[in-house]
Design a protein around this ligand. Structure first.
Ligand SMILES: [Cu+2]
Length: 315
């Protein structure tokens, strides 16, 4: 309900509900302020209308009550901010997960992509060196030959995989300008600043399949919109039993046409990538296409994905 009302993306993070509640409170506070100030404004328009006040009053207010009030408000705000908010925030953001099963990942932003760096089975990030950067073959300058810890490291482009229900610690940096790492479904956003490695953490609570299920809808064929970013949520078979499209597979224009000729006119579909990494900082001309993909896997799928990546390293 809340998500619909505020137009929020689905929530797939352990802390997401808290964040959404905070967003709601801020909205309520803004409505109260808006109504309050508009009422006050309308009152002053009425109270100080020309008909009642034909001559301007050049003396104005003589008491200092409003000045004292302003000082008091400023003092209260300082106490709230310095006394409560800042200490609370610093305590909250520095409470990093200590669980041994936490997944550590580095994200190195650049114009206009996200390089994702995993430490591999040894759990230690290999050395990187700016001199080794090669935009084609080694975008983060990983020293695979010189550092034994770098040998098993996995580096992907725009593909972030995380296991469900395990704390994820992501260290964020950038090669060029300031970017901002934004995972809307996890309710996390952090600027990527050159020369700094800034960690964030969260716990994904839904797999991509679960998110897809939440976003699935029924589409009537023939479709007017592009079907490419969507996958089928079920197996669809022709009358003779041949599978036209399998669950989880993309629906091409040809497949859609085949479905229609087989008499299937409504299909349940879901987004291919239910969770994206967005850049939340205007970082250059192609900022709009700086788009990565987050896949939250089950424990088993994640292990299989890691193995796949490791195998492709050995080849
Ligand atoms: Cu960017």
């Amino acid at each position: 309900m809340l998500q619909k009302l505020l137009g929020l993306p689905i929530n797939a993070s352990e802390r997401g509900a808290q964040m959404d509640r905070l967003i709601l409170y801020v909205h309520i506070l803004m409505v109260v302020l808006f109504v309050g100030w508009i009422t006050f404004f309308l009152y002053t328009l009425f109270r100080f209308r020309k008909g009642r006040n034909p001559r301007a009053d050049y003396t104005g207010v003589k008491t200092h009550a409003s000045s004292y009030l302003e000082v008091a408000i400023a003092a209260i705000e300082v106490v709230l901010l310095v006394g409560i908010s800042i200490p609370f925030w610093s305590w909250k953001v520095s409470a990093f997960p200590t669980e041994p099963n936490a997944v550590h990942v580095r994200v190195i932003a650049q114009q206009f992509a996200w390089n994702i760096h995993y430490p591999g089975p040894d759990g230690i990030f290999g050395r990187t060196d700016i001199k080794l950067v090669n935009e084609e073959s080694n975008p983060i300058g990983l020293d695979r030959k010189g550092d034994p810890h770098a040998k098993d490291d996995i580096v992907t482009l725009n593909q972030l995989h995380l296991p469900v229900n395990r704390p994820a610690v992501i260290e964020i940096t950038t090669k060029d300008v300031i970017h901002s790492f934004f995972l809307p479904v996890m309710r996390v956003k952090q600027d990527a600043v050159p020369g700094m490695l800034i960690p964030i953490h969260f716990i994904p609570t839904k797999t991509s399949n679960e998110m897809r299920e939440e976003l699935a809808f029924t589409l009537t064929l023939p479709a007017t919109k592009d079907l490419d970013p969507y996958v089928s949520m079920e197996d669809y078979k022709a009358a003779d039993g041949t599978v036209l499209v399998k669950k989880g597979h993309l629906i091409s224009k040809e497949t859609a046409a085949k479905l229609v000729t087989s008499g299937i006119t409504s299909v349940r579909i879901g987004p291919h990538y239910p969770a994206e990494i967005a850049c939340a900082q205007l970082c250059g001309l192609s900022h709009y296409r700086m788009r990565g993909y987050l896949t939250v896997d089950s424990e088993k799928d994640y292990a299989a994905w890691v193995k796949d990546q490791e195998d492709s390293l050995e080849e």
